[in-house]
Design a protein around this ligand. Structure first.
Ligand SMILES: [Zn+2]
Length: 421
C-alpha cells in the first residue's frame, strides 16, 4: 500500500516517479517462484552441445506466459558440427527512437564433474544456497532474466527488450552468442546485460551488489615445434622439440604482459605440451598450447609479436611456428572491453541496485572471458555483467545464493524500467 502523502511527493518528482515504476515491476518478482524456476532449470542436464531439453523448457516457459518466444537456430558445420537452438523473445517498446536492451544468459553448463558427493542436478536448497552443476554459472542468472522479462511484459516501456537464452557458452567458441552477432540481433541493440556470476569471478575483491563493467580478453597460442628425430641414446644427433617447447613455455611465464587501469594485468599460462612419446627417440615434433589473457591494447598483432620475440631470443634448435587456436571464423575471438561508467545503462542498473538493495553497487571487472566479450568487444555494445554469486563454479559442490538470484532478477527488471521507461 502506498500512503497518500508519499504518492503526492512521487508525482511531484520525476525520480520518485521512476522509483515507483521500478517498485511496481520488482514487486512482481516473487522469491519462491524464481527459486522454483531455478530448481527446475538445474534439474535439466545441459552440458554444452547438449542443450535441446533446456532450450525447449525455456521456450515452453515463455510460451506459457504468452511472451512469444522463438527458436533461433545455431549451426556450426565446420569444426564442431553443432546444431541447436537459442531462445529469443522480444518486448517491443512504444517509442521506436528509445533504446533497445539485450538481456543475455547461457543455458549450458560445463560437463558434469565426477567428484560430486550428491546428485549434481538436485537443486537442493540449504541455508540459502541452491546446489547443482551450473546453479551459479549460470542458471541463477538465467532464472533471473526469465522472471525479469516476465515482470517487464506489463510495464509499458518506451524502449525495447530482447531476451536471449543461448547455447554453448561453456564450449570452445560461444556459438550461441556468436549466432546472435551473425544474424544481426545485436545490431538491433544499444546495450547488453549479462547475468553471469559476478564478484566471485572479478579481478577485484568485491561483493554483491556489484556491476562488472568490462572483461579481459583471451588468445590461445597453438604453437608447432619441429625438431629432428634421432636415437634417444645419442640426443646430440637430434633436435629435441619437447625440450625446446619446455624452454619456450618457461620463457612465456616471464613474459612482460600488458596492464590496464581498470582491467588490471594480463596473464600467461602454458597449458599443454603434446608430442613425442616414442620409446627411445629424440622427439621430432610437438605442440605447445599457451593461454594468454589480455587487456585493452593487446591486439592479435601484439600478442603474436611477443611470442615471436621470445622464440628469437631463445635461439632454439627447433623450428617454431606461432599460431592461434583454430576458430569457426577469424572474428570469433574474445577481445577485451571496458564499458564507460557514464553510459546510461550503468546509471540505470545503479538505480536498480539502489532501489532493490538500498546500497550503491561495487564496480569491478571480469577476470576471464565469456559471451559478454562478444557483446562488449565484437558488437561494441556497452555491456554490464550483474549476476548472483555462489561458490565452486565449474566444480563439485557448485551452489548459488538464492537471495542473490532474486535480487539480480529485481535489479535487472528495475534497471530496464530506468533505462527504457
Ligand atoms: Zn557462465
Amino acid at each position: 500500500m502506498t500512503d497518500p502523502s508519499s504518492r503526492e511527493t512521487a508525482d511531484s518528482d520525476a525520480t520518485d516517479g521512476e522509483e515507483d515504476a521500478i517498485r511496481t515491476v520488482t514487486e512482481r518478482i516473487d522469491h519462491e517462484e524464481t527459486i522454483d524456476l531455478l530448481r527446475e532449470l538445474v534439474r535439466i542436464r545441459s552440458p554444452y552441445f547438449e542443450e535441446d531439453a533446456i532450450s525447449e523448457f525455456v521456450f515452453d516457459w515463455l510460451d506459457a506466459r504468452n511472451l512469444d518466444p522463438e527458436r533461433h537456430p545455431v549451426s556450426e558445420p565446420a569444426l564442431t558440427g553443432f546444431e541447436g537452438n537459442n531462445v529469443l523473445a522480444r518486448l517491443d517498446g512504444s517509442d521506436p527512437d528509445a533504446p533497445t536492451l539485450l538481456l543475455n544468459a547461457h543455458m549450458d553448463t560445463v560437463k558434469i564433474v565426477e567428484a560430486w558427493e550428491e546428485d549434481p542436478l538436485s537443486g537442493r536448497v540449504e541455508d540459502g544456497k541452491l546446489y547443482g552443476q551450473g546453479a551459479c554459472d549460470m542458471k541463477g542468472g538465467l532464472a533471473g532474466i526469465m522472471t525479469a522479462f516476465d515482470a517487464l511484459a506489463d510495464a509499458d516501456l518506451a524502449g525495447s527488450v530482447i531476451f536471449t537464452a543461448v547455447v554453448d557458452e561453456e564450449g570452445p567458441y560461444g556459438l550461441g552468442a556468436n549466432q546472435l552477432l551473425r544474424d544481426g540481433i545485436t545490431d538491433e541493440c544499444d546495450a547488453a546485460v549479462v547475468t553471469e556470476p559476478g564478484p566471485i569471478l572479478a579481478q577485484e575483491d568485491i561483493e554483491n551488489p556489484a556491476l562488472l563493467l568490462g572483461a579481459r580478453g583471451r588468445f590461445l597460442y597453438d604453437i608447432s615445434v619441429a625438431g629432428k628425430a634421432a636415437h634417444g641414446s645419442q640426443p646430440d644427433k637430434g633436435v629435441n622439440s619437447v625440450a625446446d617447447a619446455g624452454r619456450l613455455a618457461a620463457a612465456f611465464e616471464d613474459l612482460a604482459v600488458g596492464s590496464h587501469e581498470q582491467l588490471g594485468d594480463g596473464s600467461v599460462c602454458p597449458l599443454q605440451i603434446e608430442g613425442g612419446g616414442e620409446t627411445l627417440s629424440v622427439p621430432e615434433a610437438c605442440r605447445l598450447l599457451v593461454d594468454r589473457h589480455v587487456v585493452v591494447g593487446e591486439t592479435e598483432d601484439v600478442v603474436r609479436a611477443d611470442a615471436e620475440r621470445l622464440v628469437e631470443d631463445l635461439d632454439l634448435g627447433s623450428d617454431v611456428e606461432i599460431d592461434f587456436r583454430e576458430a569457426p571464423a577469424p572474428d570469433v575471438r574474445y577481445g577485451p572491453y571496458v564499458t564507460d561508467p557514464d553510459e546510461p545503462l550503468v546509471g540505470a542498473l545503479t538505480s536498480g541496485v539502489e532501489a532493490v538493495t538500498g546500497e550503491e553497487p561495487a564496480i569491478g571487472y571480469f577476470s576471464s572471458v565469456g559471451d559478454f566479450n562478444y557483446f562488449g568487444h565484437r558488437a561494441d555494445l556497452p555491456t554490464v555483467i550483474v549476476g548472483p554469486d555462489g561458490e565452486n563454479i565449474h566444480g563439485a559442490g557448485e551452489f548459488v545464493y538464492t537471495d542473490e538470484v532474486v535480487e539480480v532478477a529485481r535489479i535487472v527488471a528495475g534497471g530496464c524500467v530506468s533505462l527504457l521507461g
